[in-house]
Design a protein around this ligand. Structure first.
Ligand code: ATP
Length: 211
């Protein structure tokens, strides 16, 4: 199975990387694609350029062959809809199973996503939770959960799409917004991002005085 983690990665940090590695290990994924978005439909535009965000991602995962930076959304015009990205991934050869990784916060907003009900026909959903996290118990999302939830990674392997798994991951309270704010205040992003990413931020004087 292949895992997919989309995001702005402005910049990539250990919150993204450790949790993605947790899922890789728990699900024995063959590969984890990190897919930086071009025009995030739900949010402000990134501060760093696409080229800079890709450079930071490539530098961050250099020593981890299971992680692959996938630039397909950067080459597409218009908003980066997950539905389109999954459709495009489905046209490629490789392992049939696709697992879309999303944080619990993003999952709670799933019903606002473009063609959200069809996403599960294209992939499994792996919702990264903190241990003991509260799972939505009411409304459309609760109904969706009861239709698709599986008990473990083994069940996901039996089909190419259609399963929903809640996967506990290491909790790291790191956000890109906080890192950009620190840099704007002249503070260091050290130990929140890989050293190779810190070096690029310094070299390109990224996020400094721009918040
Ligand atoms: P920003 O602060 O700019 O909103 P971010 O740090 O949340 O950025 P994104 O690039 O928007 O990073 O996140 C991409 C994906 O990574 C999302 O699914 C998000 O839920 C997840 N993610 C971000 N930070 C963490 C973290 N500390 N732990 C686990 N998952 C995270």
């Amino acid at each position: 199975m292949i895992g997919i983690l989309g995001g702005t990665f402005d910049p990539v940090h250990f919150g993204h990387l450790r949790t993605a590695l947790d899922v890789c290990e728990a699900l024995a994924l063959e590969q984890l694609r990190l897919i930086p978005c071009h025009l995030p439909p739900h949010r402000d535009q990134p501060v760093a350029t696409s080229i800079q965000r890709v450079s930071m991602l490539e530098a961050a995962v250099r020593d981890y062959p299971v992680f692959v930076v996938d630039q397909r959304e950067l080459g597409r015009e218009g908003p980066s809809y997950t539905f389109d990205t999954l459709t495009s991934l489905r046209t490629e050869p490789g392992p049939a199973g696709l697992c879309l990784l999303i944080g619990m916060d993003a999952f709670r907003g799933l019903t606002t996503w473009h063609r959200w009900r069809e996403l599960i026909d294209l992939c499994h959903l792996v919702v990264m939770t903190r241990p003991g996290a509260e799972i939505p118990a009411q409304g459309e999302l609760a109904e969706f959960i009861s239709q698709h939830r599986v008990g473990g990674a083994g069940e996901l392997r039996q089909q190419a799409a259609g399963g929903l798994l809640f996967q506990p991951v290491t909790r790291l309270e790191i956000s890109a917004t906080d890192i950009r704010m620190r840099l704007a205040e002249g503070r260091s992003p050290g130990f929140l991002v890989p050293e190779a990413v810190r070096e690029i931020i310094n070299r390109e004087t990224l996020y400094q005085g721009r918040q």
